[in-house]
Design a protein around this ligand. Structure first.
Ligand code: DAH
Length: 358
């Protein structure tokens, strides 16, 4: 047996023994790589005399081709075996039921906002947003709350440092400034809702320095108080899922609406248990009114031609009433046990078609 035959049988044996693609690749590099054994023998051909070089060169070429072929065919075998093994291992049994132990829950604030948006969205309102940091004019003055107005004191405003009085910047105390921004940017007819965070310097069992509101605004040439009432009665009944829920409009005052009203829903406190629905008691849930013509004027909307209504509601309060959550502060404690109890499944997307209630 000459050297080449020995090399051939040695390599062929190694190829046949290679258990996986990586081992095979190692053999390829050792034999045919840049510094491989066959490659270096090829390089050394130049040192032989012409006759020897021809015979040895031919034999070497045949060896090289055979080894490459053997590696190629073993490679095909190995990789199809490896693929089979992987497919077996990664097989998914599509007949298994979906996992029920999903961890994350949707926070009741998010869920309640989604519910409000679903109901009012169905009525043709579109969602808009405004900045949490507002200037004094949008948050107060444009809403007919001038600097000396008593309503300003009621708002316990967080003022941000560094600006002179007339361009003072605040954390918005309500979502009503989004009304102003919308009217400044868009021509009527308008039908928008603006959910978002609001801030007041107040912190106890029933107040949080950060809370959420949803603002509503309709402006066109024909909308009147009857539309306001119809819209909000339908909204309350859909939100609480009680078809004949008693809804009452009580005269009130807000600088940005005239006339203004507060909306109460029926409830009972019989036997110490609070329940929404028919009863002998009322619970206030939102503020509303016809947009004050001064507010329209402030936004350069012709108040002899256009009119409309607005409303504002507190999300935490709506969530507490609907889902029986007794303490406002628990919303922000990030207590996982609380969230597991009061939270919602991610698949529980509120829609008027799907039904809003659990
Ligand atoms: N902005 C009021 C508040 O935070 C709520 C409100 C009342 C909004 C009446 C309105 C409205 O749009 O018409 O107390």
């Amino acid at each position: 047996m000459n050297d080449l035959d020995r090399l051939r049988s040695e390599l062929m044996a190694a190829i046949a023994d290679a258990a996986d693609v990586a081992a095979l690749e190692q053999i390829r590099v050792l034999a045919l790589g840049k510094k491989g054994r066959i490659t270096s023998m090829m390089k050394d051909l130049g040192t032989l005399d012409a006759d020897e070089r021809k015979a040895f060169g031919q034999a070497l070429n045949i060896l090289k081709t055979d080894i490459a072929k053997a590696i190629g065919s073993h490679h095909d075998d190995l990789s199809s075996k490896e693929l089979d093994a992987r497919l077996m291992e990664e097989r998914v049994d599509v007949t298994l039921p979906a996992r029920s132990e999903q961890q994350g829950r949707i926070h009741p604030i998010s869920q309640t906002i989604d519910e409000v948006v679903a109901i009012l969205g169905e009525m043709g309102f579109t969602v808009v947003e405004g900045p949490d940091i507002e200037d004094d004019w949008h948050n107060f003055t444009a809403l007919n709350i001038p600097p000396d107005h008593p309503a300003r004191q009621e708002h316990d405003t967080f003022y941000l440092p560094g600006n002179s009085d007339d361009e003072r910047v605040v954390l918005r105390t309500h979502t009503s400034p989004v009304q102003i921004r919308t009217m400044q940017m868009t021509e009527p007819p308008l039908r928008i809702i603006a959910p978002g965070r609001t801030y007041r310097c107040d912190d106890d069992a029933t107040h949080s320095p950060m809370f959420h509101q949803v603002e509503g605004l309709v402006v066109d040439e024909t909308t009147h108080m009857g539309h306001l009432k119809g819209c909000l009665i339908d909204f309350c009944r859909a939100f609480f899922g009680i078809e004949d829920l008693p809804v009452r409009f009580r005269p009130s005052y807000f600088p940005f609406t005239e006339p203004s009203a507060e909306v109460d829903i029926g409830c009972t406190r019989e036997g110490g248990e609070f329940r929404i629905g028919h009863g002998d008691d009322w619970m206030e849930i939102l503020g509303c009114g016809m947009v004050n013509s001064r507010v329209l004027d402030n936004c350069n909307i012709d108040s002899t031609r256009y009119q409309g209504f607005a409303f504002g509601l507190g999300i935490e309060r709506m969530a507490m009433l609907k889902y029986g959550i007794p303490d406002l502060r628990t919303f922000y404690e990030s207590d996982l046990r609380w969230l597991r109890h009061y939270g919602f499944s991610a698949l529980d997307v509120p829609s008027m078609v799907g039904g809003l209630n659990r």
